[in-house]
Write a new protein. Structure first.
Length: 296
């Protein structure tokens, strides 16, 4: 009886996530001219910073507790970049096109909802830590990688970074927010995850799929590289229990949609990156359930 129960749990985790993504995809197909930029901007400027602040400012958040997990994420990003650079040369793809998609995975739009549904609300704090490290690295080093003239030090101006600084300050000083204000911030933060999933679906519906070969290679390489590295890293760092499972799931996630946004902004093979992102996120329908069976 254990196997049917296990599969039922996997379905209960995967189905809500991809149902919302599919809803966004369907909406994007029916409303191809609908402007999602405003909603995306609100999520980046209001909802996601509120989610981050609510988690970090919580009196139960312990910065030192997640040092190993944070180190694991940094090692995974760096290792993925090195292996991605080697693979890019092997398949004849420009490094600026291929490497970012290997380094930066979809730990926001897809990772946060998956982690919450898999491990419960208690796992949201370490999930936010992984998201923050990935976002900070992508908006600083990732931008510089695509354009060496990019001013990566301006990353501190990003709302989610500011909310991180303030949230950690509250956590360290154990200052308490006025309860009605805390509730308002929590409600705003709760809106972030469903918006992430909906906008992911809309973005996929509008992306162009023209470079199938590089898309298939990249979509398979991202989780393979991530899983190999995270398996080595969790053993190297001696991570156990929930943090071990979180990092392994993190390593299996597909490329982040933001990679396509960056490629478009800096004109670094947006069609190729779109193919990697689209095929990678569709392939996650098969890859993520297999990884969940392994880590649960």
């Amino acid at each position: 009886m254990s196997e049917p129960v296990s599969m039922l749990r996997i379905i209960s985790i995967i189905l809500p996530v991809f149902a919302i993504v599919f809803t966004g995809w369907s909406y994007g197909r029916r409303q191809p001219t609908a402007d999602m930029a405003f909603l995306n901007q609100m999520n980046m400027d209001i909802f996601k910073p509120a989610l981050v602040f609510a988690q970090l400012a919580n009196g139960t958040f312990d910065v030192a507790r997640y040092q190993g997990l944070a180190a694991g994420v940094l090692l995974m990003i760096a290792g993925s970049g090195l292996l991605g650079w080697w693979l890019a040369r092997l398949v004849g793809s420009p490094a600026k096109v291929f490497v970012p998609a290997m380094m930066f995975n979809n730990c926001g739009n897809l990772g946060l909802p998956l982690i919450v549904l898999t491990f419960g609300e208690k796992a949201l704090a370490p999930a936010v830590v992984m998201l923050l490290i990935t976002s900070l690295t992508q908006f600083s080093f990732g931008g510089w990688l695509l354009d060496h003239t990019a001013r990566w030090w301006n990353v501190w101006r990003i709302p989610v970074v500011l909310s991180t600084i303030v949230g950690i300050a509250f956590s360290l000083t154990h200052e308490a927010l006025w309860h009605p204000l805390e509730s308002a911030i929590q409600i705003l933060g709760d809106a972030s995850i469903p918006i992430m999933l909906l906008t992911l679906g809309v973005r996929i519906s509008r992306s162009r799929l023209t470079m199938v070969r590089i898309g298939v290679i990249g979509s398979l390489a991202r989780p393979v590289i991530g899983l190999v590295l995270t398996w080595a890293i969790v053993n190297l760092l001696g991570l156990h229990g929930e943090q071990r499972a979180l990092l392994l799931l993190y390593g299996a996630l597909p490329p982040a949609v933001v990679n396509y946004v960056f490629a478009e902004r800096y004109n670094q093979g947006p069609d190729e990156v779109a193919a990697i992102v689209i095929i990678g996120n569709v392939a996650a329908l098969l890859i993520v359930p297999m990884v969940l069976i392994f880590v649960l």
